[in-house]
Write a protein that binds this ligand. Sequence first.
Ligand code: R5P
Length: 273
Amino acid sequence: MKIVPCPSSPLLAKRIADITGFEIADVTYRRFPDGEIYVRVEGCDECAVIGSVNSNDDLVTLILTLDALENPTVVVPYMGYARQDKAFNAGEAVSIRAIARILEEKAEKVVTVNIHSEDAASHFKKLRNLDAMQTIGKHFMESDVIMISPDRGSVGRVKVAAETANCEWDYLEKTRIDATTVEISPKNLDVEGKDVVIVDDIISTGGTVVEASKRLYELGAKTVSAVCVHAVLADFAAIKLFKAGIRDIISTDTIECAFSRISVAHLIASEIA
Ligand code: R5P
């Protein structure tokens, strides 16, 4: 088996290669003068392509890389386009369905990490959806923190991370006070004077974390940090988060960026090895 790194995931691919002992394939990426992408992979019979999809270029590069190979395993650590997992309005494309078809036409197996939803996963036939929450929990094993999910829907995730870290956890619950007022508060725990970590799968625009942190600071939290699997950080979200008083942003390396301080390499390596 060889590892074929896409330009979106070079470090994660190297980490996976180091863990598994698999060689990194001889791959060339170039751009034609008009901007089109060129891909060549040499001497690769059995391989795993590693490439997150966080932009249209990432997607095209991944599709071209798969086209150069026979029956590869494709690892898409961050599966973009997964939020459009149904037609919310008549006539809309179901983006993740289209992507699932393309990937599965070429790949023998598709591996991802914390895909946006079960609906998104349901469009694949050969998907392994890995969960990075234990990996995130391990990062906090020596820390005295409270983990908070920004909503009830993500309770399952925060519970796994907190149980691994051996720390307390809770979720923010919305209570309707009257027709115009909704109050958000932790369901069970008092956060006053505590170091709180908001745990989410994705930080995209940062709106969810900003709202949650505002409330946690109002309730007396000493510090509020944010940890996520996928740091999409669209639209200058990191600046927005720091301006809102977020002490630290920590993410995994499904999207490689300055905040990727937790690696999912072991998780993926055990799946493909
Ligand atoms: C919601 O389903 C997800 O778990 C995240 O809370 C959400 O995607 C975060 O988005 P944003 O950063 O744009 O608020």
